[in-house]
Design a protein around this ligand. Structure first.
Ligand code: XUL
Ligand code: CO
Length: 436
């Protein structure tokens, strides 16, 4: 039985680019085949439970603006929240969702009670996943909202908090496995510091390394065959987060021998906060072999903080999916909207429209990216730019078959000077603009 929250709004369907219906897809036809794959299977959209159903609309200057019938601390309301959430997944036709433990159940008096409540809601989810066909892209633990975590979880100076966080993550990995989750995410939360005056950074990094190793071991032990993902973010909530960006996370994984075990969930807004472009982070993760999944939410470019807005810039999406497709596309990962409404967007329709726009924008970007790849619009110029490396002498330099002095001898005896060639940036930018 419907909760009635979305009134008489019918399923959002594909109506084509001419449609003016705000609750229709104009570019996302899940069945359209692009590069040999259905769009739905390329994009693997997921709704984030927390922003859409648990966030009250507060900002640093004011509290709740949303008035949702499921807000409150009882299990009955948690079930109503789930009813509405799965109604929305079905209306939108989004194949996946993601959640933290804290989004879906009220906190108990004890950890034992919290876990029992999580298990109860997971059973409720299980039934709904079966009837609606919605799948779990990833589960995660909220190790940052409760005051016990104010000085971090794995990196807390208090070993009791480390242990509490470990027990919490165990319960969340268990539930993620039980629901067939395809990934498990660890975002740093408050793993970072505010001031070095009270922080032993070396020790805290090692705590985080041990913690992650235990998560990886436990996932293997229980036969969880999804991917473990770390989500980089440079700052906020702490002044400095230990998993700053993709490069930092890779160094961390290498340090603890986990580079073959853990991949990254890259969020567009976090990339911007780190002073990178989203496509930079994606390309680097591909180059390092650790690309996993994305959180597809942007920041306001003027704000300097994590505004978690729905994506609406097609050229940006095109460049992002271009990198994702070049790397072979998602395996276990997908496109999670870790995005929230603006706090004045009060209506149920706003929640739908935000997702519809985001989904369409991503679909349009992916289609442009696929076309650029199919037509080798950027690949050919790139190959040409590096063509010199096909030469046998050039290959020998990279293969370790030449020493510095041998190269020196060859250059000096040849006596030719390298000829600079244009990088053709504007020419290439114009090429991209033909597709978006
Ligand atoms: C925080 C953030 C989180 C993670 C999951 O900035 O992105 O929502 O995605 O904990
Ligand atoms: Co995120």
């Amino acid at each position: 039985m419907s909760t009635g929250f979305f009134g008489d709004i019918k399923s959002v369907t594909f109506e084509g680019s001419e449609s003016t219906n705000p609750l229709a897809y104009r570019f996302y036809d899940p069945d359209e085949v692009v590069m040999g794959k259905r769009l739905e299977d390329h994009l693997r959209f997921a709704v984030a439970y927390w922003h859409s159903f648990a966030w009250p609309g507060g900002d640093p200057f004011g509290g709740q603006t949303f008035d949702r019938p499921w807000f409150g601390d009882t299990m009955e309301l948690a079930r109503l929240k789930a009813d509405v959430a799965f109604e929305m997944f079905s209306l939108l036709g989004t194949p996946y969702f993601c959640f933290h433990d804290a989004d879906v159940r009220p906190e108990g008096e004890t950890l034992k009670e919290s876990i029992a409540r999580l298990d109860e809601i997971a059973d409720y989810f299980g039934g709904k996943m079966e009837t609606t066909g919605t799948k779990l892209l990833w589960g995660t633990a909220n190790l940052f909202s409760h005051r016990r975590y104010m000085a971090g979880a794995a990196t807390n100076p208090d070993p009791d908090v480390f242990a509490y966080a470990a027990a919490t993550v165990k319960s969340c990995v268990d539930v993620t496995k039980r629901l067939g989750g395809e990934n498990y995410v660890l975002w740093g939360g408050r793993e970072g510091y505010e001031t070095l005056l009270n922080t032993d950074m070396k020790r805290e990094r090692e705590q985080a390394g041990r913690f992650l190793s235990m998560v990886v071991d436990y996932a293997k032990k229980i036969g969880f065959d999804g991917t473990i993902l770390i989500e980089p973010k440079p700052q906020e909530p702490t002044k400095h987060q230990y998993d700053y960006d993709v490069a930092t996370v890779y160094g961390f994984l290498k340090d603890f021998g986990l580079e073959g075990e853990v991949k990254v969930n890259i969020e567009q807004g976090h990339a911007i906060l780190a002073g990178h472009s989203f496509e930079h982070e994606l390309a680097l993760a591909n180059a390092l072999g650790i690309f996993g999944s994305i959180d597809m939410n942007r920041n306001d470019y003027q704000s300097g903080w994590d505004t978690d807005q729905f994506p609406n810039n097609v050229p940006e999406m095109a460049l992002a999916y271009y990198q994702i497709l070049l790397g072979g596309g998602f395996k276990t990962g997908g496109t999670n909207f870790d995005a929230k409404l603006r706090r004045q967007s009060l209506d149920p329709e706003d929640l739908l429209a935000a997702h519809v726009g985001g989904i369409d924008c991503c679909a349009r970007g992916l289609k442009a990216a696929a076309k650029m790849i199919e037509e080798k619009a950027l690949i050919e110029p790139l190959e040409k730019r590096y063509a010199g490396w096909e030469d046998s002498e050039a290959k020998a330099m990279l293969a370790g078959e030449r020493t510095l002095d041998q190269i020196s001898e060859r250059v000096l005896s040849k006596g030719t000077e390298p000829q600079p060639r244009s990088g053709r940036q504007e020419w290439l930018e114009n090429v991209v603009n033909r597709y978006v």
